[in-house]
Design a protein around this ligand. Structure first.
Ligand code: 8DG
Length: 137
């Protein structure tokens, strides 16, 4: 079965020497509400990953970004975050003012290597968080 493709951003303070990453708390659906994630969403038919990422970040956080390297996952289609979704993530920096949670999130928080584990990430994000932690100086 082909998984639905999701793209998300690891928004950091600096692409070369990242120390902080932006976590976002979901408001829906009910079963995922209150869990933290990397902002992003599903790629639409015919849409490139990059275009989907830029669109989702603008829709969700009202930001523009500069996209950097991908945090490659263990599979060709990225990280298998659920039985039905494969997610690819890219590092990114903001090229606009501070993000605001619009409709998908109710809280945003900058997290560093020490505080990264303080929020309840979506289950599928836990292995990504572990891969990311040593990359935050
Ligand atoms: N955006 C995002 N989705 C994640 C992460 N981890 C994870 O398991 N997922 C899952 C949750 C959802 O089942 C799916 C993404 O769906 P979504 O609801 O964010 O995407 P979307 O806004 O385009 O969806 P839709 O409501 O328009 O259908 O991937 C993550 O870090 N970021």
């Amino acid at each position: 079965m082909e998984r639905t493709h999701v793209v998300a951003a690891i928004i950091v303070d600096d692409l070369d020497t990242p120390t902080r990453v932006l976590g976002a708390r979901r408001v829906r659906p009910e079963r995922l509400a209150g869990r933290w994630e990397f902002p992003g969403g599903k790629v639409e038919p015919g849409e490139s990953s990059h275009a989907a990422l830029v669109r989702e970040l603008n829709e969700e956080l009202a930001v523009t970004v500069l996209v950097g390297d991908e945090l490659r996952g263990p599979h060709d289609d990225g990280w298998h975050v659920t039985d039905r979704h494969a997610m690819r993530l890219w590092f990114a920096v903001l090229t606009s003012p501070e993000p605001v949670p619009l409709t998908e999130h109710d809280e945003l928080r900058w997290l560093d290597a020490t505080t990264l584990g303080d929020v309840p990430w979506l289950d599928g994000d836990l292995e990504i968080v572990e891969a990311l932690r040593p990359m935050l100086g």
